[in-house]
Ligand binder design. Structure first.
Ligand SMILES: [Fe+2]
Ligand SMILES: [Fe+2]
Length: 346
């Protein structure tokens, strides 16, 4: 991935620093803390979310022209913790009342309680709008938003596998194996999404559209990685995946219909068709065997499982609201491509 265009002091500091050979930079911690302090909400702050994505990228794809050694730099590790702790704290505060509301029921029957949450998921239906009303341009914008997640589909949750044993581990491996195409590249979901982008005339390179993707969408990506890479958050990671899988089948049916209605064809729809079928199974395996099995082994994780589910639903709803609000006023839901739009320095 290319280094993205900065969106404020934190991402600007990182983009400049990471071009240099690995060295100590004691200022980074302060820059990260200031960005967190000055953000109205870290979940939707352009500079915080982009800064977090940049440091997380060091543990995933890496960044063009950036020394891989930066991943282990104590200053980068520390800044990442500052950002992720702030994101986690805000998420916990946002969903705390809903977590408490469902906890007693979840103790009796975790799977039923999780399905009740995902079935009742509030928030505007982005997929419903796409199916019925969206223009071709809106559908393309939607594909660009999702490109940041889907071209690296499943990776965030895969970090959880080595932290599990027994039934929950077998369940997660089963689901992730499907996500990665069961060993067949052409069935790998990330690869299928690249095919969708190509069929829509868009660029399938990961990160190609990063500069246009706003924080409310980046937060879906950074949160999955933040959960997945911390053993402490294994309950939340499982719950987050349950949120993803259990709200996927029906919306993907709608998006597949939108893709066909707008003339993009079967090849572009194949990714969405696949999820209608696959995720009807995945939601059962993830909710019952991964989450249920994990809570059976470690009952103390129940609260975090519920926290993970609700975090996923909250961020999905925020993203959908932001996109639909923009479209309602006739605007683009993406960030403009001009370099100075956000006062950034390059
Ligand atoms: Fe998938
Ligand atoms: Fe899935």
């Amino acid at each position: 991935m290319r280094l993205p265009r900065p969106r404020g002091p934190l991402s600007s500091h990182l983009v400049t620093l990471l071009r240099e050979p690995v060295r100590r930079d004691r200022a980074l911690d302060d820059v990260a803390a200031t960005a967190v302090r000055e953000a109205e909400t870290v979940l939707a702050d352009e500079d915080v979310q982009l800064g977090l994505l940049i440091v997380q990228e060091l543990s995933h794809d890496g960044l063009d022209g950036v020394d891989d050694g930066w991943e282990r730099s104590p200053d980068v590790v520390s800044a990442r913790a500052v950002l992720e702790d702030a994101v986690e704290a805000e998420l916990r505060a946002e969903v705390a009342p809903a977590v408490q509301q469902i906890l007693a029921e979840a103790r009796r029957d975790p799977a039923t309680a999780i399905f009740a949450l995902t079935d009742d998921a509030e928030g505007p239906s982005l997929a419903g709008h796409l199916q019925r009303l969206a223009t071709r341009r809106e559908l393309e914008e939607f594909l660009v938003h999702r490109s940041i997640l889907q071209l690296r589909e499943a990776d965030g949750h895969t970090w959880l596998i080595p932290r599990l044993t027994g039934r929950p581990k077998a369940a997660l491996v089963e689901v992730q194996s499907d996500e990665y195409g069961g060993g067949r590249l052409e069935r790998m979901h990330a690869h299928m999404y690249a095919d969708t982008l190509l069929a829509a005339g868009l660029d399938p390179e990961y990160g190609r559209y990063l500069d246009q993707v706003p924080a409310t969408t980046l937060a879906l990506h950074t949160t999955a990685r933040m959960f997945g890479q911390q053993r402490r958050l294994r309950g939340a990671t499982a719950g987050h995946l349950a949120g993803v899988e259990a709200t996927s089948s029906m919306p993907n049916r709608r998006v597949a219909a939108a893709v066909r209605r707008l003339g993009l064809g079967d090849r572009a729809a194949a990714y969405f068709d696949e999820h209608v079928v696959a995720d009807a199974v995945h939601e059962q395996v993830v909710v019952r065997d991964l989450c249920g099995g994990l809570v059976e082994q470690e009952p103390a994780l129940l609260e975090d499982v519920v926290f993970g589910v609700l975090s996923c639903l909250l961020l999905d709803a925020r993203m959908a609201t932001a996109v639909l609000d923009a479209w309602e006023t006739g605007s683009s839901s993406l960030l403009a491509e001009q370099p100075d739009r956000l006062g950034a320095v390059g």
